[in-house]
Design a binder for this molecule. Structure first.
Ligand code: P6P
Length: 338
């Protein structure tokens, strides 16, 4: 019997369950539940242009950003999907100020932090958007709200799994449990995520840089020096790099994962911590990129070694091919050494 070349996400999770030292099936169930929510969100994203789900809910989220209907739908869908299985004790969402305790009787060994719909400003113009998730195991059995708040603030290097869904020209789910990175493409005809990109490895160096250059005037001198270096004409060192920027973190990181290069959302004079959130944007993306052979820093230290203090705290992010991120780090620290 020929070995089937079609591997569904569910089959893959089951086959790889043994790799996970707590392989009681609970983490597998969480990954199933997230993939189910992703299929439901994908259906709405695909028809967003056809029904009145675009536009605003007249609400704002914890960051004062207008919450688009699809953001709110995705937020509720993920909570619903993760609340059923009993594996989670607490959730954290970009759309919710505080943690979301899941079960009164204080069971559930896992924590899931997520950005339900990253890049929502792009929803109305049909540009790729995404969902990001980060999964931890519970460290203590204290079931109070304060205890659960602590559970939701673990360092990135304690993650047991992380991934994203990219709703683009095709819908992909990319995730890691610490044993490499694998990508699955949704076959809408059968409603299954199929293994399409096994064991993804980021190129050691790329030829793209990805950032919102409109903030150049607000950057530190070291970063300005780095960017000027990247766009010098020196073919012998693979320069100039090309600029690619979509404005959806998931899409920009996904391209970087496959083509290499560096994405950065730095601190600026007006936003000293940058814009991206540590717990449900920087940490999960850092886990994935490190597992693919790349690097992720805040400009100085590993993103995943930052001690979290608040659920929605922001951090500067430099992420991508290790040679490129190291080069950025050199320019940033060289300037500070002066
Ligand atoms: P800017 C989307 O709003 C987001 O949170 C990330 O997905 C993206 O990387 C960033 O903000 C874009 O921010 O300031 O360039 O519009």
């Amino acid at each position: 019997m020929p070995k089937s070349s079609i591997v569904t996400l569910d089959r893959f999770i089951l086959d790889r369950q043994i790799e996970f030292r707590y392989s009681s099936g609970e983490l597998s169930r969480i990954l199933y539940d997230i993939s189910l929510a992703a299929k439901v969100i994908n259906r709405e994203v695909n028809k967003a242009g056809l029904v009145d789900i675009l536009g605003l809910t007249n609400a704002t989220n914890v960051h004062g950003e207008e919450v688009k209907k699809l953001d709110d739908f995705a937020h509720r869908e993920i909570i619903k999907s993760l609340s059923l299985g009993g594996q989670c004790c607490v959730l954290g969402s970009e759309e919710e100020e505080d943690i979301i305790p899941i079960r009164e009787e204080d069971s559930g060994e896992y924590i899931v932090l997520f950005d339900p719909l990253d890049g929502s400003s792009n929803i109305d113009v049909n540009v790729s958007i995404g969902t990001i998730f980060s999964i931890y195991r519970r460290q203590h059995q204290e079931g109070t709200v304060e205890g659960l708040r602590k559970e939701a603030l673990q360092r990135g290097d304690s993650q047991v799994a992380a991934g994203y869904v990219l709703y683009g020209s095709s819908t992909m789910l990319v995730y890691t449990t610490g044993h490499g990175v694998n990508g699955f493409t949704l076959d809408p005809g059968i409603g299954e995520f199929l293994l399409s990109h096994p064991n993804i490895q980021i190129p050691a160096r790329g030829k793209y840089y990805s950032t919102n250059q409109g903030y150049y005037h607000l950057w530190d001198e070291g970063l300005k020096n780095y960017m000027r270096y990247l766009i010098e004409d020196d073919p012998a060192t693979g320069r100039p790099y090309s600029l690619r920027y979509i404005g959806t973190l998931v899409a920009d990181i996904h391209r970087t994962l496959f083509y290499g290069g560096v994405f950065f959302y730095p601190r600026t004079k007006t936003n000293p911590s940058g814009k991206l959130r540590l717990m449900y944007e920087c940490n999960p993306m850092a886990f994935i990129i490190e597992q693919s052979g790349g690097m992720a820093i805040d400009g100085h230290q590993r993103i995943m070694e930052i001690e979290p203090k608040r659920l929605h705290q922001r951090e500067p992010l430099f992420i991508g091919s290790s040679a490129d991120v190291r080069q950025a780090q050199f320019f940033l620290t060289q300037q500070e050494a002066k």
